[in-house]
Design a protein around this ligand. Sequence first.
Ligand SMILES: C=C(O[C@@H]1C=C(C(=O)O)C=C[C@H]1O)C(=O)O
Ligand SMILES: NC(=O)CC[C@H](N)C(=O)O
Length: 623
Amino acid sequence: MPARLLDQILADPSGLSWAVLWREGQQEAEVLVGEVSDLALLADVPRPRPDAPVLALVPYRQISERGFDVHDDGTPLRVLVATGYERVPVEDLVAALPDVPVEVDGEHFSVSDDDYAATVERVIEDEIGEGEGANFVIRRDVVARTDADPATAALTWLRTLLVDERGAYWSFAVHTPGHTLVGATPERHVSVRDGRVWMNPISGTFRHPADQAELEPSFRAFVKDTKETEELFMVVDEEMKMMAQICAHGGRITGPYLKQMAHLTHTEYLLDGASEADVRDVLRATMFAPTVTGSPMENACSVIRRHEPDGRGYYSGVLALLDLDDEGGERLDAPILIRTAHVDDEGTITVSAGATLVRHSDPRSEVAETAAKARGMLAALGLRPRRSLGYDVQLASLPGVAEDLAARNESLSPFWLSPQESRPDPELAGRRVLIVDAEDTWTQMLAHMVRHVGMVAEVRRWEQVGVEDVLDERIDLLLSGPGPGDPRDLEDPRIVRLRELISARLDAGRAVLAVCLSHQVLADLAGLEIAKLAPPNQGVQLPVDLWGEVRRIGFYNTFVARPPAGEVSVAGRMVEMAVHEPDDAVVALRGPGVASIQGHAESVLSRDGLVALHGLIRHALRR
Ligand SMILES: C=C(O[C@@H]1C=C(C(=O)O)C=C[C@H]1O)C(=O)O
Ligand SMILES: NC(=O)CC[C@H](N)C(=O)O
């Protein structure tokens, strides 16, 4: 019998390229040995063969494929095409892995606590406070070094992770020339099998207290905490935008669930939908998770580039395992590269960690959160005590926790929580909507909702829409979408374009519906004062009175239009306002052939989103 692949690896760890993985719920670990090559594009990732999976290491810089901003650090998109594959019971793996001390020293943070805290303040002020987005993930690194052979060291650390960590989605070590990765990540990014796609946003982080007496009260408070809850809803919204793009019928959400690990517990939702898309296209469209970048995603990449000093390497990218099912269909399983150590040829070890910054983030607490997220991996490296809590509590079974988690869904949109038959409105059926995307893919969720009421929707980016397009006789409704930035900024070609498109359409007497940023542009065109909210309403649900009906709608805005004293008209049409008194904000406008809304009826945060959107569309189409 030929020697086990695992034994071949153990005999000469750095002589081969290999991966050893243990996936959640499996009895056996998987071992791959293979050939490495570096590719330009995700589309080039080769098709797996039976019993010969392909493992791709997708660096963060790959996001440039989507045209997004990035510090290009040259980290390769690398594939390991298996020439050998085997499964090994996890106990046998643990027993076989080396258990020898590896010297690691020179540990330091790439960005000091004070500098990181200052960055948090700047992101809140200059980005969230200026309408650039709702949440941004900024990372820092723990850097250390070792003289040990990286491949052998990775196998040793994998052993410690397998013994100490719990609740991981994947625990893994991957060795290729110049790039060795080892980690235990909690988070599935995306997986595809049998024509279904799953995503698994995780956000909200509870740090286990050392003292068991504190556990129950502090955990109960965490589950009810508004900031933690809103953070999770925001990333669900951002991933639902992706699901709406890759799944013909959009995504559905289930949860929330708990992800209990050794040192931390997270909250998560599971999203799923049907899709026939190629796995490479799914990977590309989902680059990368908002839980490690922010939202809206495209602008989050620019914010990361502005506030992080250098490239991210593989951090916040994914491992992507492609294999075949019994019918020869391709499957994909892609965990996010967090809670992972990277080791290069020189023995430099990097463990990166980030925190999700939101409008009410406390800088010191975000500093502590990055340290806490790195701790599990640092303990495996021998740089922190291998802390055992000395108690073993299933947090999900503490009294009241299940009820408190379930209660979070009561305020959410039933539209995205339950599978829905499409309900065409005879008055709208077959009518055409051109949706202009202003760099926020809410437009994908909006498209899905307008199709649900029977309309025909096309989404196009703002650069690709000219005045002649919006005046096209075949377009029944122009839906001008949300986006980052200041609606008054006439230096921004995007804002200028939105103004032109909305004005041209109104001047021609044609129907317009404007959402969020576009609502603000419309209000500005109508002569309303635009002001900044302090603090912003980024990722909150508010009950707003829309002409006699109280609707619960999700808001993601920093700017608002102030209600004027007199009457309002735009392009010669009188419009009525809906005003939200607590913010002194115009939250919706409507008049003949025109309607607008400040909030996001398409958000999972909009319990009454569908009915509100439907009403506004009908109104805009009325003359
Ligand atoms: C960004 C990281 O983790 C992500 C951010 C989380 C949060 O902010 O609560 C939780 C889990 C991960 O989705 C990281 O580990 O570096
Ligand atoms: N989601 C949006 O369209 C946001 C609009 C604008 N950038 C604001 O923050 O107010």
